[in-house]
Design a protein around this ligand. Structure first.
Ligand code: HH2
Length: 264
């Protein structure tokens, strides 16, 4: 999944793709690299970010989604917490909703179910403005897993099919760098939830914590996390640097599936 932030303030690429032409060109480029999904977002969810009005979010993402839907062969996802934005994006040609709040607003299920769209349920506490203060867990791995299990159940109860769903532990969302590292180490525990697992490690602060490097120097750190995820059964990685991530995932997959012709 390639990240396309149509925002002025995203933590690593804010302001680069606010122009719909530039955003669309970058989306097409990522698809050409081999990205299987293009994730379009109109609101930064970095720690401390201000919320964006739904009308502004729609105004940012819609022109890009429409252009990509016309020209791009891979599915488009909309990164939003707002059902109204999700609805508008699905009408414009997106086919997946990536909700970092885990569809806390029940109207999100109502927007996604009839469209038959995909839905990413991510774990976070509070919202981007408050989440830095909400990192007190007794057992972060167990609590995140239980939250995601409950969100899958809620989605199914609301009428979504299991094939529409995907879960994400929310790296860096109400997590300290140590907690993000632990969630990555134990990411296999999410595989038993019966739906695909998505992880977004790209350029995040746990990498800065390990390497002491700023956001613009986290390419190799991201690569390490992407390789770890792919080797441990994660189905989708959400990244900014698609050229590198596609190569890494292809090599890890080739190793994972290497065979001498005998039983696996
Ligand atoms: N991370 C970000 C945004 N959306 N969605 C999912 N499912 N998983 C993630 O880990 C995730 C996400 C934050 O990264 P980015 O989009 O680069 O930054 P910003 O929120 O500042 O736009």
């Amino acid at each position: 999944m390639g990240v396309l932030n149509v925002t002025p303030d995203s933590f690593s690429d804010g302001g680069r793709y606010v122009d719909p032409e530039a955003a669309t060109a970058h989306g097409l480029e990522m698809a050409e690299d081999g990205a299987d999904i293009i994730d379009v977002g109109g609101e930064s969810t970095r720690p401390g970010a201000d919320a964006v009005a739904p009308e502004d979010e729609v105004e940012r993402v819609l022109p890009v989604i429409k252009r990509l839907a016309a020209d791009c062969t891979v599915p488009i996802s909309i990164d939003t917490r707002r059902p109204a934005v999700a609805r508008a994006a699905l009408d414009a040609g997106a086919s997946i909703v990536n909700d970092v709040s885990g569809a806390r607003d029940p109207k999100m299920f109502e927007a996604v179910a009839p469209a038959g769209a995909g839905l990413v349920l991510m774990h976070m506490r509070g919202d981007p403005a408050t989440m830095r203060e909400l990192t007190d867990y007794r057992d972060v791995v167990g609590e995140v897993r239980e939250y995601l299990r409950e969100r899958v159940e809620a989605a199914l109860f609301a009428g979504l099919a299991v094939q529409q769903l995907c879960v994400d532990p929310g790296i860096g969302f109400a997590k300290t760098p140590e907690q993000s590292l632990l969630l990555l180490r134990r990411v296999d525990t999410l595989l038993g939830l019966g739906v695909p697992v998505l992880v977004g490690p790209s350029r995040k602060s746990f990498i800065g914590h390990v390497l002491g490097l700023d956001v613009e120097d986290r390419l190799e750190g991201t690569a390490g996390a992407v390789a770890w995820c792919a080797a441990n059964g994660v189905h989708i990685v959400r990244v900014h640097d698609t050229t590198q991530a596609v190569r890494i995932v292809r090599v890890v997959d080739a190793i994972r599936t290497a065979s001498d012709g005998g039983p696996p």
